[in-house]
Design a protein around this ligand. Structure first.
Ligand code: ATP
Length: 436
């Protein structure tokens, strides 16, 4: 059973070192989170799994890593300076602030229940503004990017030239984005600093609808392949009044969060809006000349845009399970082996000096290929439970027999089945079980 309550995951994550409140020793900083020893590995694995599917295993997508700081011109051209706003209302009764478009009833304050207590809605720009250089003033204005996408558009011509690609092809990016959200909420679901995984896929305009369908299917499959049950996912097409200023059609991949279905990823048909805007504002040519047809055109763009941190929360919620092993209830994170912080745990049966050298040898062999946890504290049952709770798919136990038979016991997280494997065959056996 996946977690039905966000608190189950939040407390597990704090207890085990996945996610901490940022600057907690100073009382915590406004819906900002730090990723601990396990969380940073899980988050990295989510991003790597995305890169593997979207870049590594394809021949039509390249990866970039663009700057977070950008000049106002980029955001003028993209429309973010003018349009990237949320309607904001204040409750005159309890003084709380809300996003009008997220209220269940636009007349009722969700905090105090007052009716018609809201001020007129004001449009609030979500970008973080700062200054580049020591002198304050218009010339030094800079913005933290609110999405990674614009880096793909501003670098379009350079990538086209250097990567020897032609439409249909994509530019992908994974990295931090910043939005001054009015109501950050639900743990790492909505924060002001977060990570995105975005692809801009450039296609001949006529092929745009076909590619849109293609990416909707691909992206739904990605979540299922990485362990989210199909029953917890849905693809929801936006109504016309929900569409962004650039979009000719958007569908959201939604996950069944404890508070209901909510967005994990948006797949948008951005048409030629962004390339045309940047071409116009920069004076640079941002199009493609097809030598086969002798035609010059501005490609259309399909954009699957996912949140890495938000997706991480979904993977955790879906993976959470409790079952009974030998009359004892255990908590187990059934994370996909590619996502689990550690793929293998090496557990010497006892702390005795006689076992330690061999256990470290085993750890070293595995650590060359996998992220390995080494733990020799507490009794073995407790250590298995800990590994179950942090989602480690395999535990390798080195015991006193290992000194004679040169073999170890490999325990499976999900079935708790144990098999004896010669150390010489261990890496192959682990690869076989993990699937990579
Ligand atoms: P929402 O409606 O939830 O504010 P959005 O439609 O504005 O999101 P996009 O601009 O489409 O979001 O961004 C793509 C993805 O980036 C989202 O699907 C989400 O996974 C992630 N994302 C956006 N804003 C945040 C945030 N404040 N915190 C965490 N992840 C975010």
């Amino acid at each position: 059973m996946p977690a039905t309550d966000l608190d189950q995951i939040v407390s597990l994550c704090k207890r085990r070192g996945f996610v901490y409140q940022s600057a907690e020793i100073y009382g915590g900083f406004r819906s900002t989170y730090d990723y601990g020893p396990l969380g940073s590995l899980l988050l990295r694995n989510v991003k790597n799994a995305w890169i593997r599917s979207m870049v590594q295993t394809r021949d039509d997508v390249v990866l970039i890593d663009a700057a977070i700081l950008g000049p106002p011109q980029v955001w003028e051209a993209s429309g973010h300076l003018g349009n990237f706003t949320d309607p904001l209302v204040d409750c005159t009764n309890c003084k709380t602030r809300h996003r009008l478009d997220k209220l269940d009833d636009p007349r009722v304050c969700p905090e105090c229940g007052a009716v018609d207590s809201f001020t007129e809605a004001r449009e609030f720009n979500l970008m973080f503004k700062t200054q580049a250089g020591p002198v304050e003033g218009a010339g030094s204005d800079a913005y933290l990017r609110p999405e990674t996408a614009q880096g793909m558009f501003t670098n379009f011509a350079q990538v086209l030239q250097t990567a020897r690609k032609k439409p249909p092809f994509g530019i992908a990016q994974v990295g931090k984005s910043f939005r001054n959200e009015i109501t950050p909420q639900n743990w790492i679901f909505r924060t002001r600093e977060f990570e995105q995984m975005e692809l801009e896929f450039f296609v001949p305009p006529a092929d745009s609808p076909t590619w849109y369908e293609y990416w909707c299917r691909e992206r739904m499959n990605w979540y299922v392949e990485h362990g989210i049950p199909e029953s917890m996912l849905r693809l929801r097409a936006h109504d016309d009044d929900e569409l962004s200023h650039y979009s000719a059609g958007t569908s959201d991949v939604e996950f069944m969060f404890p508070w209901g279905f909510d967005e994990l990823e948006g797949i948008a048909q951005r048409t030629d809006y962004d390339l045309k805007q940047h071409a116009e504002h920069s004076g640079e040519r941002l199009d493609y000349f097809d030598p086969q047809t002798n035609e010059r055109y501005v490609p259309y763009v399909i954009e699957p845009a996912a949140g890495a941190t938000r997706t991480m929360a979904a993977f955790l919620l879906a993976a959470y399970d409790e079952d009974v092993i030998n009359d004892e209830t255990r908590t187990v994170l059934r994370l996909h082996p590619r996502l689990a912080p550690y793929q293998v745990a090496v557990l010497p049966l006892s702390r005795k000096d006689t076992l330690t050298p061999l256990a470290h040898e085993v750890r070293k062999v595995l650590a060359d290929r996998y992220m390995v946890d080494y733990d020799e504290t507490q009794n073995i049952g407790k250590r298995y439970r800990r590994q179950d709770e942090i989602g480690t798919p395999l535990a390798v136990t080195v015991d006193f027999d290992s000194l004679d038979d040169n073999a170890v016991t490999v325990r499976d997280r999900d079935t708790t089945e144990q098999v004896r494997v010669p150390i010489a065959d261990l890496v192959g056996a682990v690869a076989n079980k993990l699937g990579f």
